[in-house]
Design a protein around this ligand. Structure first.
Ligand code: NAP
Ligand code: G4F
Length: 341
């Protein structure tokens, strides 16, 4: 029997895929603060990150499913009967996508189609009561056709991840057009935080800077220092996700700060924050961290998000770097039993 979501229900329900990731954690907190019942989709039979969610986010109810398995998604939706679904789950590391392109296409690309199909199956073909958010990416702009990038800038992806995200974005728009689903795509530029995975360049740098400052590590090996990114704070960006699903009409939105910095700038700011101005002494370049094709520069124009959603970023570049370095100093000092002054 098709499930219809009850918008008169006092407490709204949200299902988040990617609950164990950076954005899933911030979004879960945000929705909890807004009195949602929060459900998180967890994959695998013994997911190593389940304890983190159980300990730090005890209000999240976990549901077992996988973006590669349609019937598990249908079962999850039938169980939860969500008002809102946030699809944050993905193979999200660009470097890995070059090595595991098929897996990336399956999870990051086809996973979106499966979830949209599950929503249609569970909600009925006119079942546009479930509101859907797709985590699209500035990586879709790749070799950029114009700067800054807006919602109408053509895509030119430069990685299997970028290609998969283009499919996920296009199929979201297609299901909105074809079936009237309330489906939104947030084209988010890079956003970081102390919860960022250590494989991404910002957290790799802030963690290494902390360890070098504490005398626990001597050098930091990086790839290309020239690429430029529009870096914001993840806590600000999940606000935009939620705001998109509260509009009268679904749409697509660029979410960005409008400022761009190089990897070199980030490294420089992180070392300077701990008083190490001569960072070249510590940084090595390692060809293993270069990519077969690079995205040289990204910078977004979030005018639509600002005017229609009232969204604007609260944390600037220098504050973001400082927040991440300070967190990693405390973390690494704690692990090593070092007392900070
Ligand atoms: P993240 O920290 O890498 O988290 C990815 C999440 O996807 C994890 O919870 C992971 O679960 C889950 N996942 C992986 N494979 C899955 C599968 N087969 N089925 C279900 N879930 C699966 O990513 P993030 O930084 O929070 O980003 C959230 C989303 O936004 C991603 O879709 C990403 O591509 C997109 N995005 C991110 C940025 C950014 O700058 N952070 C910018 C634009 C778009 P496990 O822990 O179990 O592996
Ligand atoms: O931190 P990154 O791995 O992020 P990237 O590739 O920009 O992707 C992130 O942002 C996307 C939004 O545009 C998301 F969709 C995606 O899911 C992910 O969250 O790399 C940033 C830059 C790249 O140009 C990379 O080549 O840093 C360069 N870099 C230089 N050395 C390095 C390293 N990146 C990593 N991860 N590790 C290095 O040692």
């Amino acid at each position: 029997m098709p499930v219809t979501c009850d918008y008169s229900r006092r407490v709204r329900r949200a299902l988040i895929t990617g609950i164990t990731g950076q954005d899933g954690q911030y979004l879960a907190e945000l929705l909890h603060s807004k009195n949602y019942e929060v459900f998180g989709l967890i994959k695998g039979q013994n997911n190593p990150r389940i304890d983190l969610i159980r300990t730090e986010f005890p209000f999240v109810e976990l549901v077992s499913a996988d973006l590669q398995d349609l019937s598990s998604l249908v079962a999850a939706l039938e169980q939860v009967q969500p008002d809102e679904v946030y699809n944050l789950g993905a193979i999200s590391f660009v470097a890995l996508s070059f090595k595991q392109a098929e897996l990336t296409a399956n999870v990051t690309g086809l996973g979106v189609l499966r979830l949209l199909e599950a929503i249609r199956m569970v909600g009925g073909s006119s079942g546009n009561r479930i509101r859907f958010y797709q985590a699209s990416s500035s990586e879709m702009f790749g070799k950029v056709r114009e700067s800054p990038q807006t919602e109408s800038t053509p895509f030119y992806p430069r990685s299997p991840y970028g290609c998969a995200k283009v499919f996920g974005h296009d199929i979201t728009v297609n299901y909105r057009d074809s079936y009237g689903l309330f489906a939104c795509s947030g084209i988010l530029f890079n956003h970081e935080s102390p919860r960022r995975g250590i494989e991404f360049v910002t957290r790799k740098v802030t963690n290494a800077v902390a360890r070098i400052k504490l005398g626990l590590q001597e050098t930091l090996a990086l790839g290309n220092l020239d690429p430029r990114r529009d870096w914001g704070f993840a806590g600000d960006y999940v606000q935009a996700m939620w705001q998109m699903l509260q509009q009268d009409e679904p749409g697509d939105y660029v979410v960005a700060t409008g400022h761009t910095h190089s990897v070199r700038d980030f490294v420089d700011a992180a070392f300077r924050h701990v008083g190490l101005d001569d960072w070249e002494r510590f940084v090595l370049q390692d060809p293993r961290f270069f990519r077969p094709a690079e995205v040289d520069v990204l910078v977004g124009d979030a005018t639509k998000a600002r005017t229609e959603l009232g969204w604007k970023p609260q944390v600037d570049f220098e504050s973001l770097v400082a927040m991440m370095v300070d967190h990693d100093l405390n973390l690494e000092a704690g692990k090593a039993g070092i007392e900070l002054p």
